[in-house]
Design a binder for this molecule. Structure first.
Ligand code: IPE
Length: 246
């Protein structure tokens, strides 16, 4: 089974609030269709959920946020999720929506529910989850990112491979030279490179990718503009991007 994260910045136009990147979504969907292997997909918020959570100042820390803000963030993620589901359906996949509230209880993960997701995937559906605003109890909510969901699912389901689809080729050794790191092993080396060289968003992804690879799973970071690279990695083990070795 393959676990795939579609970053918010590739499925939406980040500069324009509430605009999906339909071309990219359809393009990815048509490639995922070719995989011949069970998949579980997680997507981010981009110019939907991120846009509103910034506007209403809602964060990953549980707190009593603006009620209107929580509703608006949640609604926007449902809307973006629906766009992804419709595209998957149109492109011949059988998407099955799994909001994170299906398997989260506050900050706790219901691992029985998570295991059911892999059964859904193994029966020919493509479960689709997404970063969301989550009820924490006592009037509090928090943002659970799609990257974090990747970590949660990977730890319990042990996929053969986890893939993060980005709008860059992978991890660069330096932003100046743009030299791509094809393979990364070991935790400390990665973090020191990251601190020096990448933005916060990428930093979060790298920390999650590194932590998933430390649980014994290969993690592949690849560019959305070359979607055949996803197919090549899954089918032929050819990693054109950055792979975090287990
Ligand atoms: C964010 O999920 C979800 C919300 C803000 C509600 P992610 O953090 O995974 O989104 P991207 O991929 O960075 O856009």
């Amino acid at each position: 089974m393959i676990l795939i994260k579609l970053g918010g910045s590739i499925i939406t136009n980040k500069q324009k609030p509430l605009s999906p990147n339909l071309k990219a979504i359809n393009n990815i969907a048509s490639k995922l269709r070719k995989l011949n292997e069970s998949i579980i997909v997680v997507h981010g918020g981009g110019s939907f959920g991120h846009y509103w959570s910034v506007k209403y100042n809602i964060h990953t820390k549980p707190a009593k946020y603006s009620k209107k803000g929580v509703s608006v963030v949640k609604n926007s993620m449902v809307e973006l999720n629906k766009i992804i589901l419709d595209s998957f359906l149109k492109n011949g996949l059988s998407p099955y929506c799994v909001p994170p509230t299906d398997f989260m209880y506050g900050h706790k993960v219901d691992s029985k529910k998570v295991k059911e997701i892999s059964r859904i995937a193994n029966s020919g559906f493509a479960p689709v989850s997404y970063g969301d605003v989550i009820w924490h109890g006592a009037g509090k909510f928090y943002i659970l990112s799609g990257d974090r969901i990747m970590g949660i699912l990977a730890k319990i389901l042990k996929p053969r491979l986890a893939i993060f689809v980005l709008n860059v080729d992978g991890v660069y050794s330096s932003m100046k030279t743009k030299e791509l790191l094809h393979e990364i092993k070991g935790k400390s080396a990665i973090i020191s490179r990251v601190r020096a060289d990448v933005t916060g968003g990428m930093h979060r992804k790298i920390v999650e990718a590194s932590s998933i690879s430390n649980t014994g799973i290969d993690v592949f970071l690849t560019n959305v503009n070359m979607p055949d690279r996803i197919v090549n990695a899954v089918r032929n083990g050819k990693f054109d991007g950055t792979v975090f070795r287990r």
